[in-house]
Design a protein around this ligand. Structure first.
Ligand SMILES: *Cc1c(COP(=O)(O)O)cnc(C)c1O
Length: 217
């Protein structure tokens, strides 16, 4: 699917749900793809945020951009993968970290942010209820939120991953996440991938992370 096709499906899903056009943003998941391909398939259509899930890959792409973009501003990089504390050092140019899972991770990010003189925004990853190892359990969410805020980082919202190929379960997970974000007064909701982004938009996603639909498998 081309980027304009994905975007038009997002806009149609917004309309179906009675949402404001443009209230769900597309994050193009660019892991494993070259800058040349990213420029051609994504950035040729606009300044979309780019999602990466490996620290070194972000660092390398940031450096390559600086070398080749002739002064054009860096794209808006998002880090969407599980966060290992020894990889935080690579995330200096990242605008948003999607998947904070505990206070210790946030403390590491906050320490680097002080050194960099700039801080990324963060989202907290919710556990999705199935046998998944990542994410914060519902009972711990408000405590983790308070702890992450105490580091000084700006918690913008929640992120959740739905199981692959289970549309009804995915929709249920999206709905629960949207309710939690609403209850906590958090405005950003990172949910929806290639297989389920339309349902995610209908349920209130503000950041859909789409990779293979744009780039192929
Ligand atoms: C790879 C990845 C995506 C994109 O998945 P697709 O199914 O290729 O769209 C979204 N979110 C996370 C966290 C990922 O690692």
């Amino acid at each position: 699917m081309s980027l304009p096709d994905v975007l038009s499906r997002i806009r149609t899903a917004e309309a179906r749900a009675g949402r404001l056009q443009g209230s769900a943003r597309l994050v193009a998941v660019t892991k494993g793809h070259s800058l040349e391909e990213i420029r051609r398939k994504v950035l040729a259509h606009g300044n979309f945020p780019l999602g990466e899930n490996r620290g070194q890959e972000v660092r390398d792409k940031v450096a390559e951009w600086t070398e080749t973009a002739q002064g054009a501003p860096q794209p808006e990089w998002h880090y969407i993968g599980p966060l290992q504390s020894n990889k935080v050092k690579y995330l200096e140019r990242v605008a948003l970290i999607h998947a904070i899972e505990d206070v210790a991770q946030a403390e590491t990010v906050a320490r680097y942010a002080e050194k960099w003189g700039r801080a990324p925004g963060v989202l907290l990853q919710l556990h999705n209820g199935e046998a998944q190892k990542h994410g914060i359990a519902p009972a711990e969410l408000s405590g983790v939120l308070a702890g992450v805020r105490a580091t000084g980082l700006d918690v913008r919202g929640l992120m959740v991953m739905a199981p692959y190929g289970q549309p009804e379960e995915a929709r249920r997970i999206f709905r629960v996440a949207a309710q939690r974000a609403h209850d906590l007064g958090l405005s950003e909701l990172s949910m929806g991938m290639s297989g389920d982004f339309e349902a995610a938009v209908e349920e209130g996603s503000t950041l859909v992370r789409v990779g293979s639909a744009l780039f192929g498998e």
